[in-house]
Design a protein around this ligand. Structure first.
Ligand code: PAZ
Length: 280
């Protein structure tokens, strides 16, 4: 697995503006971990990653996610006093969700408690996630990963990808997709082992959802898995953890409420307990 992960990064196209991103990231972490006795810092990932089919990309495979979960969660974390690194999918279709919840958070950006980092491809997403995790390493238990992005499971390795637009007119297209190595284990064990870590599991078949979420909790040793089904994801989610399963619902009698309002309250509570226990 380690080899697969190293070769994924070695063969990825270099991230644009890497130095500038790292500088902003380090400044943001320094400012927030030293302000008012130190703010907690959460990295919220949001939106779907794309898999380009050509190096000069015209066509790509996309992963479903409107970006609403990440944007609404970010808003709630900011309200709860967290500094948020918002790693979000930049695209026209996601702009509405991001605009709705986060672009309005000008004050948070101005105060330095919100850092927005856009991604589009699976390569950009994973390179940025590693960068953020390593930068947050010293923040330890006061840092959190809240991984709501819908990350591609399959991709076309950069070296086997055609440079120019795939020609049409010569019959069906055969593409072989490689499996994206699972980065969650390495995030937990190497990149940021002391951070509180929440992952998400989306399924369309409710019968297998809980089984898959429970398996993910054990396999990746995350602190909780938020299980959601595609058609009901805006109404309810189940937080799966070693202390049992908790169903979190949107408050139906309040039209303006989101499931994230209650979800973030619960996650923040769990994070507080984790910080306390880490200091004992
Ligand atoms: O972005 P959105 O609000 O439309 O949906 C959120 C979600 C379903 C993408 C998210 O809650 C989730 O489950 N993300 C992980 C998906 C997965 O890779 O299993």
């Amino acid at each position: 697995m380690e080899d697969e992960i190293s070769s994924f990064f070695e063969s990825s196209p270099p991230q644009k503006n890497m130095e500038e991103i790292l500088e902003n990231l380090n400044e943001f972490i320094k400012l927030n971990s030293s302000s008012q006795g130190g703010r907690r810092i959460v990295c919220v990932t949001s939106g779907g990653t794309t898999v380009p089919l050509e190096q000069r990309c015209v066509r790509y495979i996309d992963n479903f996610s409107s970006g609403n979960r990440g944007a609404a969660s970010t808003e709630n974390f900011v309200k709860a006093g967290y500094a948020v690194i918002f790693l979000y999918r930049s695209s026209y279709s996601h702009l509405e969700a991001v605009k709705m919840a986060v672009m309005d958070q000008q004050t948070a950006v101005a105060e330095g408690s919100l850092l927005k980092l856009p991604f589009s491809t699976i390569y950009e997403y994973l390179q940025m996630l590693r960068l953020i995790a390593e930068a947050l390493k010293d923040v330890g238990p006061c840092s959190m990963f809240y991984l709501a992005a819908a990350v591609s499971d399959f991709y076309v390795p950069w070296k086997s990808m055609t440079e120019h637009k795939i020609e049409s007119g010569s019959g069906p297209l055969d593409i072989r997709l490689a499996q994206v190595p699972k980065m969650l284990s390495v995030l937990r064990s190497n990149w940021a082992p002391k951070a509180f870590c929440i992952s998400f599991k989306l399924e369309t078949d409710s019968k297998i959802l809980m089984e898959k979420a429970t398996k993910a909790l054990r396999k990746y040793k995350v602190h909780a898995v938020v299980a959601n089904e595609l058609s009901t994801r805006k109404e309810e989610v189940v937080v799966v953890s070693s202390s049992g399963n908790v169903v979190v619902r949107r408050e139906c009698d309040k039209p303006e409420s989101f499931v994230e309002d209650n979800l973030i309250r619960l996650i923040v509570d769990r994070h507080s307990t984790y910080i306390k226990e880490s200091h004992n």
